[in-house]
Design a protein around this ligand. Structure first.
Ligand code: ATR
Length: 275
Protein backbone atom coordinates (compact mmCIF):
# COMPACT_ATOMS: atom_id res chain seq x y z
CA UNK A 1 0.00 0.00 0.00
CA UNK A 2 1.36 3.37 -1.05
CA UNK A 3 1.17 6.80 0.59
CA UNK A 4 0.56 10.11 -1.12
CA UNK A 5 0.74 13.82 -0.59
CA UNK A 6 -2.26 15.37 -2.26
CA UNK A 7 -2.74 19.01 -3.21
CA UNK A 8 -2.82 21.46 -6.07
CA UNK A 9 -0.22 22.45 -7.12
CA UNK A 10 2.05 19.73 -5.74
CA UNK A 11 5.07 19.84 -8.04
CA UNK A 12 7.23 21.78 -5.56
CA UNK A 13 6.70 19.35 -2.64
CA UNK A 14 9.80 17.90 -0.97
CA UNK A 15 7.70 15.44 1.08
CA UNK A 16 8.32 12.43 -1.24
CA UNK A 17 12.10 12.91 -0.94
CA UNK A 18 11.86 12.93 2.85
CA UNK A 19 9.43 10.03 3.31
CA UNK A 20 10.98 7.76 0.68
CA UNK A 21 14.36 8.26 2.33
CA UNK A 22 12.98 7.02 5.68
CA UNK A 23 10.91 4.29 3.99
CA UNK A 24 14.11 2.92 2.41
CA UNK A 25 16.13 3.29 5.59
CA UNK A 26 13.59 1.26 7.58
CA UNK A 27 13.11 -1.21 4.76
CA UNK A 28 9.38 -0.65 4.58
CA UNK A 29 7.81 -2.16 1.51
CA UNK A 30 5.96 0.90 0.27
CA UNK A 31 6.38 4.15 -1.62
CA UNK A 32 5.31 7.77 -1.05
CA UNK A 33 4.24 9.76 -4.09
CA UNK A 34 2.80 13.16 -4.91
CA UNK A 35 -0.58 13.38 -6.56
CA UNK A 36 -2.15 16.52 -7.92
CA UNK A 37 -5.91 16.18 -7.61
CA UNK A 38 -9.09 18.17 -8.16
CA UNK A 39 -11.42 18.72 -5.21
CA UNK A 40 -13.89 16.24 -6.71
CA UNK A 41 -11.30 13.44 -6.29
CA UNK A 42 -10.93 13.81 -2.52
CA UNK A 43 -13.79 11.39 -1.81
CA UNK A 44 -12.25 8.74 -4.08
CA UNK A 45 -8.93 8.93 -2.24
CA UNK A 46 -10.69 8.55 1.11
CA UNK A 47 -12.57 5.51 -0.23
CA UNK A 48 -9.23 3.98 -1.25
CA UNK A 49 -7.92 4.44 2.29
CA UNK A 50 -11.08 2.76 3.64
CA UNK A 51 -10.59 -0.15 1.24
CA UNK A 52 -6.93 -0.39 2.35
CA UNK A 53 -5.69 0.39 -1.15
CA UNK A 54 -3.85 3.44 0.20
CA UNK A 55 -2.06 3.41 3.56
CA UNK A 56 -2.27 7.12 4.27
CA UNK A 57 -1.99 10.62 2.89
CA UNK A 58 -0.59 14.02 3.66
CA UNK A 59 -2.93 16.79 2.66
CA UNK A 60 -1.61 20.13 1.56
CA UNK A 61 -2.92 23.32 -0.01
CA UNK A 62 -5.72 23.92 -0.79
CA UNK A 63 -7.39 20.85 0.78
CA UNK A 64 -6.46 20.97 4.48
CA UNK A 65 -9.96 22.19 5.29
CA UNK A 66 -11.82 20.88 2.26
CA UNK A 67 -11.14 17.35 3.49
CA UNK A 68 -12.75 17.84 6.92
CA UNK A 69 -16.25 16.55 6.00
CA UNK A 70 -14.68 13.24 4.88
CA UNK A 71 -12.91 12.57 8.19
CA UNK A 72 -14.60 10.31 10.78
CA UNK A 73 -12.39 11.10 13.77
CA UNK A 74 -10.13 14.08 14.28
CA UNK A 75 -7.25 14.43 16.73
CA UNK A 76 -7.46 17.22 19.28
CA UNK A 77 -4.85 19.18 17.29
CA UNK A 78 -6.85 18.88 14.09
CA UNK A 79 -10.02 19.92 15.91
CA UNK A 80 -8.30 22.87 17.51
CA UNK A 81 -7.03 24.31 14.25
CA UNK A 82 -9.86 23.04 12.06
CA UNK A 83 -7.47 21.59 9.49
CA UNK A 84 -5.98 18.18 8.68
CA UNK A 85 -2.64 17.34 7.07
CA UNK A 86 -2.29 13.62 7.93
CA UNK A 87 -4.89 10.94 7.22
CA UNK A 88 -4.99 7.17 7.78
CA UNK A 89 -7.25 4.32 8.82
CA UNK A 90 -7.55 3.71 12.56
CA UNK A 91 -9.98 1.08 13.85
CA UNK A 92 -11.68 1.11 10.46
CA UNK A 93 -12.40 4.82 10.69
CA UNK A 94 -10.80 7.65 8.72
CA UNK A 95 -8.61 9.48 11.19
CA UNK A 96 -7.27 13.00 10.63
CA UNK A 97 -4.45 14.72 12.47
CA UNK A 98 -2.51 17.93 12.04
CA UNK A 99 1.25 17.88 12.53
CA UNK A 100 2.12 21.30 11.03
CA UNK A 101 2.14 23.37 14.22
CA UNK A 102 3.95 20.66 16.20
CA UNK A 103 6.56 20.51 13.41
CA UNK A 104 7.09 24.25 13.61
CA UNK A 105 7.43 24.30 17.41
CA UNK A 106 9.78 21.32 17.40
CA UNK A 107 12.02 22.87 14.75
CA UNK A 108 12.43 26.00 16.91
CA UNK A 109 12.93 24.06 20.14
CA UNK A 110 15.49 21.66 18.69
CA UNK A 111 17.42 24.01 16.42
CA UNK A 112 17.29 27.27 18.31
CA UNK A 113 16.63 25.99 21.86
CA UNK A 114 13.72 28.42 21.78
CA UNK A 115 11.24 28.19 24.65
CA UNK A 116 7.83 29.68 23.80
CA UNK A 117 6.57 29.78 27.41
CA UNK A 118 5.81 33.36 28.49
CA UNK A 119 7.01 34.93 25.22
CA UNK A 120 5.43 37.53 22.95
CA UNK A 121 5.30 36.60 19.27
CA UNK A 122 4.60 38.69 16.18
CA UNK A 123 2.96 36.56 13.50
CA UNK A 124 2.16 37.48 9.91
CA UNK A 125 -0.66 35.64 8.11
CA UNK A 126 -4.06 34.16 8.88
CA UNK A 127 -4.27 31.11 6.62
CA UNK A 128 -4.27 27.39 7.43
CA UNK A 129 -0.63 27.33 8.53
CA UNK A 130 -1.25 30.18 10.90
CA UNK A 131 -4.08 28.25 12.65
CA UNK A 132 -1.85 25.20 13.07
CA UNK A 133 1.05 27.17 14.51
CA UNK A 134 -1.10 29.30 16.83
CA UNK A 135 -2.83 26.20 18.22
CA UNK A 136 0.58 24.84 19.29
CA UNK A 137 1.90 28.21 20.53
CA UNK A 138 -1.10 28.36 22.86
CA UNK A 139 -0.30 24.86 24.18
CA UNK A 140 3.27 26.04 24.81
CA UNK A 141 1.89 28.87 26.98
CA UNK A 142 2.99 31.74 24.75
CA UNK A 143 1.90 34.92 26.53
CA UNK A 144 0.74 37.09 23.64
CA UNK A 145 0.56 36.81 19.85
CA UNK A 146 0.29 39.91 17.68
CA UNK A 147 -1.19 38.98 14.31
CA UNK A 148 -1.24 40.91 11.09
CA UNK A 149 -2.68 39.87 7.75
CA UNK A 150 -3.26 41.47 4.36
CA UNK A 151 -7.01 40.82 4.61
CA UNK A 152 -8.25 42.14 7.94
CA UNK A 153 -11.40 40.03 7.90
CA UNK A 154 -9.29 36.85 8.00
CA UNK A 155 -7.26 37.99 10.98
CA UNK A 156 -10.44 38.86 12.89
CA UNK A 157 -11.86 35.42 12.10
CA UNK A 158 -8.67 33.82 13.38
CA UNK A 159 -8.63 35.86 16.59
CA UNK A 160 -12.26 34.91 17.15
CA UNK A 161 -11.50 31.21 16.58
CA UNK A 162 -8.93 31.24 19.42
CA UNK A 163 -10.77 33.61 21.79
CA UNK A 164 -10.95 32.99 25.55
CA UNK A 165 -7.67 31.09 25.63
CA UNK A 166 -4.72 31.53 27.97
CA UNK A 167 -2.73 33.29 25.23
CA UNK A 168 -4.06 36.68 24.15
CA UNK A 169 -4.28 37.30 20.41
CA UNK A 170 -4.00 40.90 19.28
CA UNK A 171 -4.85 41.97 15.71
CA UNK A 172 -2.38 44.43 14.20
CA UNK A 173 -3.03 46.69 11.23
CA UNK A 174 -1.36 45.47 8.00
CA UNK A 175 0.20 48.90 7.48
CA UNK A 176 1.98 48.61 10.83
CA UNK A 177 4.40 45.65 10.60
CA UNK A 178 6.52 47.02 13.40
CA UNK A 179 7.05 44.53 16.23
CA UNK A 180 7.81 45.97 19.68
CA UNK A 181 11.01 45.47 21.61
CA UNK A 182 9.39 42.80 23.83
CA UNK A 183 8.76 40.47 20.88
CA UNK A 184 10.96 37.35 20.96
CA UNK A 185 10.05 35.90 17.58
CA UNK A 186 8.62 37.13 14.29
CA UNK A 187 6.98 34.44 12.14
CA UNK A 188 5.91 34.67 8.50
CA UNK A 189 3.19 32.07 7.87
CA UNK A 190 2.16 33.48 4.48
CA UNK A 191 3.24 32.37 1.04
CA UNK A 192 4.46 35.89 0.35
CA UNK A 193 8.19 35.56 -0.32
CA UNK A 194 8.04 32.40 -2.43
CA UNK A 195 8.08 34.28 -5.70
CA UNK A 196 11.03 36.30 -6.96
CA UNK A 197 10.86 39.94 -5.93
CA UNK A 198 8.42 39.36 -3.05
CA UNK A 199 9.76 41.07 0.03
CA UNK A 200 7.85 41.11 3.30
CA UNK A 201 8.91 44.46 4.67
CA UNK A 202 9.06 44.41 8.50
CA UNK A 203 10.29 47.39 10.48
CA UNK A 204 13.19 46.13 12.58
CA UNK A 205 13.81 49.36 14.51
CA UNK A 206 13.79 48.87 18.22
CA UNK A 207 13.81 45.06 18.23
CA UNK A 208 16.11 43.34 20.71
CA UNK A 209 19.09 41.59 19.12
CA UNK A 210 17.94 38.18 20.40
CA UNK A 211 14.72 38.29 18.34
CA UNK A 212 14.37 35.27 16.06
CA UNK A 213 12.92 35.50 12.54
CA UNK A 214 11.12 32.41 11.28
CA UNK A 215 9.71 31.92 7.82
CA UNK A 216 7.70 28.80 7.00
CA UNK A 217 8.77 29.09 3.35
CA UNK A 218 11.51 26.60 2.38
CA UNK A 219 11.71 27.42 -1.33
CA UNK A 220 13.62 29.69 -1.86
CA UNK A 221 15.90 28.53 0.91
CA UNK A 222 16.09 32.07 2.23
CA UNK A 223 13.36 34.64 1.56
CA UNK A 224 14.30 38.30 1.09
CA UNK A 225 12.92 38.96 4.56
CA UNK A 226 15.20 36.34 6.14
CA UNK A 227 18.19 37.57 4.15
CA UNK A 228 17.73 41.10 5.44
CA UNK A 229 17.24 39.99 9.05
CA UNK A 230 20.29 37.74 8.92
CA UNK A 231 22.38 40.62 7.54
CA UNK A 232 21.25 42.73 10.49
CA UNK A 233 22.53 40.04 12.85
CA UNK A 234 19.24 38.39 13.88
CA UNK A 235 18.91 34.62 14.18
CA UNK A 236 16.77 33.15 11.40
CA UNK A 237 15.11 29.84 10.55
CA UNK A 238 13.41 28.83 7.32
CA UNK A 239 10.59 26.31 6.81
CA UNK A 240 12.69 23.27 5.98
CA UNK A 241 13.00 22.05 9.56
CA UNK A 242 9.28 22.54 10.11
CA UNK A 243 8.62 20.46 7.00
CA UNK A 244 10.91 17.66 8.20
CA UNK A 245 9.61 17.61 11.78
CA UNK A 246 5.96 17.58 10.67
CA UNK A 247 6.87 14.77 8.28
CA UNK A 248 8.52 12.83 11.12
CA UNK A 249 5.36 13.08 13.23
CA UNK A 250 3.21 11.88 10.28
CA UNK A 251 5.67 9.02 9.66
CA UNK A 252 5.32 7.98 13.29
CA UNK A 253 1.51 8.03 13.01
CA UNK A 254 1.56 5.75 9.94
CA UNK A 255 4.39 3.34 10.85
CA UNK A 256 4.72 3.68 14.62
CA UNK A 257 8.43 4.38 14.17
CA UNK A 258 10.11 7.12 16.18
CA UNK A 259 12.76 8.59 13.94
CA UNK A 260 16.17 9.32 15.40
CA UNK A 261 18.12 12.57 15.40
CA UNK A 262 20.27 11.07 12.66
CA UNK A 263 17.20 10.24 10.53
CA UNK A 264 16.10 13.87 10.80
CA UNK A 265 19.58 15.23 10.08
CA UNK A 266 20.11 12.95 7.08
CA UNK A 267 16.70 13.82 5.60
CA UNK A 268 17.59 17.50 5.91
CA UNK A 269 20.87 16.97 4.09
CA UNK A 270 19.09 15.20 1.25
CA UNK A 271 16.58 18.05 0.94
CA UNK A 272 19.35 20.61 0.95
CA UNK A 273 21.09 18.79 -1.87
CA UNK A 274 17.88 19.02 -3.91
CA UNK A 275 17.88 22.85 -3.94
P1 ATR B 1 -1.85 28.19 4.16
O1 ATR B 1 -2.90 27.17 4.41
O2 ATR B 1 -0.56 27.62 3.65
O3 ATR B 1 -1.61 29.12 5.31
P2 ATR B 1 -3.66 29.97 2.83
O4 ATR B 1 -4.76 29.47 3.69
O5 ATR B 1 -3.93 30.16 1.37
O6 ATR B 1 -2.38 29.07 2.92
O7 ATR B 1 -3.14 31.35 3.45
C1 ATR B 1 -2.23 32.11 2.82
C2 ATR B 1 -1.79 33.30 3.71
O8 ATR B 1 -0.87 34.04 2.95
C3 ATR B 1 -2.92 34.25 4.07
O9 ATR B 1 -2.63 34.85 5.29
C4 ATR B 1 -2.83 35.25 2.93
O10 ATR B 1 -3.38 36.52 3.23
P3 ATR B 1 -4.95 36.83 2.90
O11 ATR B 1 -5.74 36.32 4.04
O12 ATR B 1 -4.98 38.29 2.75
O13 ATR B 1 -5.25 36.12 1.60
C5 ATR B 1 -1.35 35.36 2.78
N1 ATR B 1 -0.93 35.87 1.48
C6 ATR B 1 -0.96 35.21 0.30
N2 ATR B 1 -0.45 35.99 -0.67
C7 ATR B 1 -0.11 37.18 -0.10
C8 ATR B 1 0.46 38.40 -0.58
N3 ATR B 1 0.76 38.55 -1.86
N4 ATR B 1 0.69 39.37 0.31
C9 ATR B 1 0.39 39.23 1.60
N5 ATR B 1 -0.16 38.10 2.13
C10 ATR B 1 -0.41 37.10 1.29
Amino acid sequence: MKLYVIGKPIKHSLSPIIHNFWIDRYNLKTKYEKKEIAKSQLATIIKQIKKKEIKGINVTLPYKREILPLIDNMSNSAKDCDAVNTVFLKKNKIYGDNTDGKGFVKSCEKNLKFNFGGTKIFLVGAGGSSYGIISELIKKKTKEIFISNRTEENVLKLVNHFKNRTTSLVPINWSNLKPNSDVSMVINTTSFGMKKGEFLEINLDGLKSSTVFADIIYKPKETEMLKKCKKKGFRTINGLDMLIYQAAISFNLWFDISLTKKDIKDAKEICERSY
